[in-house]
Design a protein around this ligand. Structure first.
Ligand SMILES: Nc1ncnc2c1ncn2[C@@H]1O[C@H](COP(=O)(O)OP(=O)(O)OP(=O)(O)O)[C@@H](O)[C@H]1O
Ligand SMILES: [Mg+2]
Length: 528
């Protein structure tokens, strides 16, 4: 490293480099160190300061005759204008073509306006100036007359990795916050949250949250807002409305407001939700329920920041970030004419699809602990499972029989019920058994099960169905239902032959199931 000639590049300080020997002058000081020889100094001299440059150069020669001083004229109309200063310095860097293989470049950042110093830092970090930063400061009190202090900073080195590690830590904290502190294990979900965190702190464009009911859209929307506030991305509040509750005339006025006397009954002015969300975030839940007129007005408000309150003759304005939620397929709604294509295009900028709970079996356990803690906090008592009961509940909750139709809403309710019923705050096997039955019953009620024949016709076709005895149809239909919920042949086998298994009468459930299906000319893939 030291075999390469040392080249310093820096701006002549129009104030700090002025004065006599009794003053500390940074550019001169760079050349006064015994242990540090500058082979070449590329001195950037602003227009009008040539005389000062000559004086400084002469002083540099006298303290360090071996330093070659090369002057470069540079002109800033306004040394405090970022764009201009950056552009000039960038041009300079490009023209020099510094070669880090051949010279050890140090970029002196103690002189120049603060803007110039920041620009030099940026150009160094981006390797337009391929070197290290050089910072100088006056000698400590008491050592007057000697050279000042000197620090070199290599932005590529590990101490600056620590700064990056801090950013990384902040990112991880943000992600954890979005997950309510739950240590989730599902890769797809964690990737989704990572992306949401990145978008949340960088973008003010609309966000669209998709996902089945109870998947956590509303909760996530609130957390995104909180994260943005914490990171100073937004100052305004979180304004939330479920569009299904907005109907008729009230919808327009609730969203966009009205003036006094806009319609009979409008005795006072109403600002509307958009204005309430000014500077903050507007969460339109179930946006698919919004009427077409409201959609048109909303689109305009998003694009131009203005809209016309009911009965007003001047426009109102609001700058808000939109976050929308829906469990409907908005594309289908567009095809059916109930949702505007242009609005969809506008809000489909950052779309995140929250998975149903059944797609995240790995996350059931951490969520269980989270819910238990939450219940404990709310009721101010500790609730826990006994070991066997916990295993039984997890087994059911992650298995194919658990449909979790209401996702976290069902899951949270189940845990709350068990916690409430558990004697002495201890959830036992019996409480779990009752809850599992309750859940199964409620999900069965919600599922319009295809009738036996309809189901079999789908799988085996009309002809084969006709050749199947009624005696076999009911059993076969139930087997098919179980297969469809199971993720694999073995899982379906375990469920279907659970009783024999417990009595250790069955050794290979998968094989038994495969043979059963084969008797009906079917395979696991066929019935799935
Ligand atoms: N990641 C999560 N972990 C645990 N509980 C959650 C999580 N996300 C949401 N919940 C809880 O689940 C319930 C439903 O969540 P939320 O209201 O956010 O769902 P949603 O997707 O908005 O549903 P809907 O489509 O019906 O409006 C709430 O009680 C919420 O506190
Ligand atoms: Mg919701």
């Amino acid at each position: 490293m030291s075999s390469r000639p040392v080249v310093v590049c820096g701006l002549l300080g129009v104030n700090v480099d002025r004065g006599g020997w009794e003053r500390w002058r940074p550019t001169l000081d760079v050349c006064r160190h015994q242990d540090f020889v500058v082979d070449r100094f590329d001195l950037l001299v602003q227009d009008g300061f040539e005389k000062l440059a000559s004086e400084v150069e002469a002083d540099m020669h006298s303290v360090s005759p071996e330093t070659e001083v090369v002057r470069h004229a540079i002109s800033f109309e306004d040394p405090w204008d970022f764009e201009e200063v950056y552009a000039r310095l960038h041009d300079f860097a490009a023209a020099q073509a510094y070669d880090p293989e051949r010279e050890d470049l140090l970029v002196h950042i103690t002189t120049g306006s603060h803007v110039a110093q920041i620009c030099l830092y940026l150009l160094t970090e981006a390797h337009y100036l391929p070197g290290r930063l050089l910072q100088t400061s006056p000698p400590r009190r008491g050592s007057r007359g000697g050279p000042g202090r000197r620090v070199t900073i290599d932005l590529d080195l590990s101490r600056y990795d620590r700064l990056h590690a801090r950013f990384e830590r902040e990112r991880v904290e943000g992600q954890s916050f979005l997950k309510a502190g739950i240590v989730t294990r599902n890769d797809a979900f964690n990737e989704l949250i990572e992306r949401i965190e990145r978008v949340a702190i960088r973008s003010r464009d609309p966000v669209l949250l998709l996902g089945p009911t109870g998947a956590g859209k509303s909760e996530l929307a609130r957390r995104i807002h909180e994260l943005k506030r914490e990171r100073r991305q937004l100052q305004g509040s979180f304004v939330e409305v479920n569009c299904a509750t907005l109907r008729g005339e009230n919808a327009m006025s609730a969203l966009f407001g009205h003036v006094r006397g806009a319609f009979t009954g409008a005795v006072t002015e109403r600002p509307g939700l958009l204005r309430k969300a000014d500077g903050g975030m507007l969460f339109l839940d179930e946006i698919g329920e919004l009427g077409l007129d409201e959609q048109a007005m909303l689109l305009r408000a998003l694009e131009e920041g203005t809209f016309l309150p009911l009965g007003a003759d001047t426009e109102a304005s609001s700058r808000f970030q939109l976050i929308a939620g829906t469990n409907r397929d908005l594309r289908t709604e567009v095809r059916e004419g109930s949702f505007r294509l242009d609005l969809l295009a506008r809000i489909d900028m950052w779309t995140f699809d929250l998975p149903p709970l059944t797609d995240r079996p790995e996350d059931i356990e951490p969520n269980l602990d989270f819910e238990l803690e939450r219940v404990g906090h709310r009721d101010d008592r500790r609730v826990s499972f006994n070991r066997e009961a916990r295993a039984a509940f997890l087994d059911f909750a992650t298995g194919p029989e658990a449909l979790w139709r209401g996702n976290f809403r069902d899951f949270g309710a189940a845990v709350r019920r068990m916690a409430t019923l558990a004697p002495g705050g201890r959830i036992g096997r019996e409480t779990v058994r009752e809850e599992v039955e309750r859940l199964q019953l409620s999900w069965r009620g919600g599922e319009p099960e295809a009738s036996v024949d309809v189901l079999l016709r789908q799988v085996m076709g009309e002809e084969q169905l006709a050749a199947t005895d009624r005696f076999d149809r009911v059993q076969l239909a139930d087997v098919i239902r179980v297969c469809r919920r199971a993720r694999s042949l073995s899982e379906a086998g375990r469920l279907l032959f659970a009783a024999s298994r417990r009595r250790r009468r069955s050794s290979n459930d998968a094989d038994r199931l495969r043979k059963y299906l084969m008797r009906h000319d079917l395979s696991f893939d066929d019935v799935q």
